[in-house]
Design a protein around this ligand. Structure first.
Ligand SMILES: [Zn+2]
Length: 385
């Protein structure tokens, strides 16, 4: 990232190859601005390729935007942006985690690579409370740690400190916030998690007492931990070996996709998101749908963009198969966990469907044209509010 400090560099050979081969999985990730258009792209972008001399490279979209470039409409999917915002907030939270005194908000914004106002907005949208509220809470937590025996007293102080000016922590419904917003960051919840290796890298499962509330894919354990700590910034997060069975089922599902996977889910979202996610679960294994078709299927023709946003917000990789939604022309659009993983998942599912068809041919020749099993995986359980 230091190479973005002064003049943004032109593409070095490695990055130029990634751009010309449209390698969306180029590591470390970067974006490139085109000085003649003022637009920046990801290396996988299908847009027309620029001249090398017009290309300037940046570590991430935020840096490109600060340098005055604007996002390309083709490759700046909500999923990509959400990932970048999460990473930015994660950097700020990591700074806070390692600090003994709360750093000034300007320092948190700086490490996130954001202006103060954008940091405030993106922090609030990602974590569910403002940075000031979060720091206040962080201080109370620290206080709690210092008082070895005074947990009850501190709880009382905590309640007194928050209930007057921050109703987010009230359990009642009179907060004036939408349920999804009130629950963002999972305030006060006990969240258990487990992480293991899988065919796509690593997979993390997080669960409340009601069921699985998050399934994340990532390249390493540290990155997944960081993502969970952002997503559940206000929860009590603890590792739990008892999640092993669920993790194992998901690992097998990735490795050898099958139509039947039944896991208890605690999926939080708006009514619209829940409808989209339920609809995704009806897409048969080995098939894909366009955003527009999904919009039609939930009775909201014309809501393709909102459907794409709901897919990007899907908290449950694999089990809610948002990877089965593609562009109208069949090309892969963004995927919250990386477009390469999306491609890999779809390839595996297509192979699984062929295997199933071959097995059926061998076992029951008369039924060879029976449709592939169409059940979605898992069941959406709407919890609480
Ligand atoms: Zn682009």
């Amino acid at each position: 990232m230091s190479d973005d400090a002064g003049q943004p560099p032109a593409a070095d050979d490695e990055r130029w190859v990634a751009i010309t081969t449209r390698d969306a999985a180029a590591t470390p990730p970067f974006v490139y601005g085109v000085i003649t258009t003022g637009v920046y792209c990801r290396p996988g972008c299908a847009a027309r390729q620029p001249r090398r001399t017009n290309v300037r490279c940046f570590a991430d979209a935020l840096t490109a935007e600060r340098a005055g470039f604007r996002a390309c409409k083709r490759c700046s999917s909500a999923a990509n942006l959400a990932g970048e915002h999460q990473a930015a907030i994660a950097r700020a939270l990591a700074l806070l985690d390692g600090a003994s005194e709360a750093p000034p908000i300007a320092a948190l914004a700086a490490v996130a690579g954001l202006s103060r106002s954008r940091f405030h907005r993106i922090f609030r949208d990602t974590v569910g409370i403002t940075p000031q509220q979060y720091i206040h809470r962080w201080r109370m937590k620290r206080l709690d740690q210092h008082l070895s025996r005074g947990a009850r007293v501190t709880d009382a102080a905590l309640n007194a400190g928050f209930s007057s000016n921050n109703r987010l922590y009230d359990s009642g419904n009179a907060t004036g916030l939408a349920p999804a917003q009130r629950r963002r960051g999972a305030p006060g919840e006990d969240i258990r998690y487990g992480i293991t290796a899988c065919a796509l890298g690593f997979v993390a499962v997080a669960a409340t007492a009601r069921g699985i509330c998050a399934i994340e894919l990532g390249d390493d354990v540290a990155g997944l931990l960081q993502r969970l700590s952002v997503r559940f910034a206000q929860a009590h997060l603890a590792q739990d070996p008892a999640l092993h069975d669920w993790l194992a089922q998901i690992v097998v599902q990735i490795d050898r996709p099958a139509a039947s996977l039944s896991l208890p889910l605690d999926i939080q979202g708006t009514a619209f998101q829940q409808r989209v996610w339920r609809s995704l679960q009806q897409i048969p294994l080995g098939s894909t749908r366009s955003y527009r078709t999904v919009a039609d299927e939930i009775g909201q023709p014309g809501a393709a963009r909102a459907v794409a946003a709901a897919c990007a917000a899907n908290p449950l990789a694999i089990v809610v198969p948002c990877h089965r939604v593609v562009r109208e022309d069949g090309s892969l659009s963004g995927y919250r966990w990386g477009v390469e993983r999306k491609r890999d998942l779809l390839d595996r599912e297509a192979a699984a469907r062929e295997r199933a068809a071959a097995d059926a041919d061998a076992a029951m020749p008369a039924l060879r044209h029976a449709p592939a099993q169409a059940e979605g995986s898992g069941t959406i359980v709407t919890a609480g509010d």
